[in-house]
Design a binder for this molecule. Structure first.
Ligand code: URA
Length: 293
């Protein structure tokens, strides 16, 4: 196998298989494939796209480049929520403990701010002394003890995604639905979850500017999750204006605490409830969304 031939295949609009994707991704690690070859391939994907089987294969190659956490000793259905990124989106902060309090375990590996969007880890770190760089052993232990745990992507979780993302970031190839979907899902599938609720943001403050693109991204991620044996639900939610009244890490933590006291703005409260309800249904704690609310 040669990187040249795989790049040419994708450049000419053909379908590549999992073995070829694995060759490229593993080759980057052992030096058989160079950064410039992988970025040429990614640019070809940017223009040619990927079909469903290619997206699943790429996700799998990135997922298996690292550890897939085993949470089988934590009882019940484990459910996470992931947002594709917005402004003022501080939903994970009240959502994870609220869902855990209802008896559904929430193992959450969160991200940093990306582009203009904020990151849950950065918000949490505005709490003095809060540590997000826990080991996977601590993560497993805390999910079991507390029913929820939020940590950052460790070096063992989908390391190939980390490397590929860094290359995409400097080659104008972040903005590509198959690459976004496989990147997000390679990390989520490593968490040890059984089910996932996706908050796919759409609007001027989101990465997906149109409903059509948001729908394609949502369907692509649902397809990947289902193919990997997980239940996945997606909500398409408005990001034409910031969520809630605050933007900025410490301010958003304060607003998240207000949420837990039942005093948060209506849009933030409504979306938190909607996502929480979906998680409780997936977690088997309620027969439907109305009962879960
Ligand atoms: N978030 C990710 O984790 N990866 C992407 O490619 C885009 C958003």
């Amino acid at each position: 196998m040669r990187a040249y031939d795989i790049i040419q295949k994708k450049r000419d609009g053909h379908v590549v298989d999992e073995a070829e994707l694995k060759f490229l991704i593993d080759g980057l690690k052992d030096g058989a494939v160079s950064d410039y070859q992988l970025t040429a391939f990614v640019m070809a994907v940017f223009f040619r796209g990927m079909n469903d089987s290619e997206v699943v294969a790429l996700t799998n190659v990135m997922l298996t480049s690292g550890i897939v956490v085993d949470l089988s000793d934590v009882p019940g259905v484990k459910v996470d929520k992931h947002s594709t990124g917005g402004v003022g989106d501080k939903i994970s902060l009240p959502l994870a403990p609220a869902v855990a309090a209802c008896g559904v375990a929430v193992p959450m590996i969160s991200g940093r701010g990306l582009g203009h969007t904020g990151g849950t880890l950065d918000k949490l770190e505005s709490i003095p002394g809060f540590r997000v760089d826990l080991s996977l052993d601590d993560y497993r232990r805390l999910v079991k003890e507390n029913g929820c745990c939020l940590i950052g992507q460790t070096k063992e979780v989908a390391p190939a995604d980390k490397k590929l993302y860094a290359l995409r970031d400097v080659t104008a190839t972040v903005d590509c639905i198959p690459l976004i979907a496989s990147s997000i899902m390679s990390k989520k599938m490593a968490e040890g979850i059984d089910a996932l609720v996706l908050d796919v943001k759409v609007g001027s403050g989101a990465f997906m500017k149109t409903l059509d693109d948001a729908r394609v991204l949502a369907k692509t991620m649902i397809g990947i999750g289902n193919e990997m044996g997980k239940k996945v639900v997606a909500l398409l939610t408005d990001m034409d204006q910031p969520l809630g009244n605050t933007v900025g890490n410490a301010l958003e933590v304060i607003e998240a605490v207000e949420m837990l006291r039942g005093k948060a703005p209506a849009d933030y409260t409504e979306l938190t409830l909607a996502l929480t309800a979906e998680m409780l249904v997936l977690g088997g704690k309620a027969p439907d969304v109305a009962a879960a609310r």
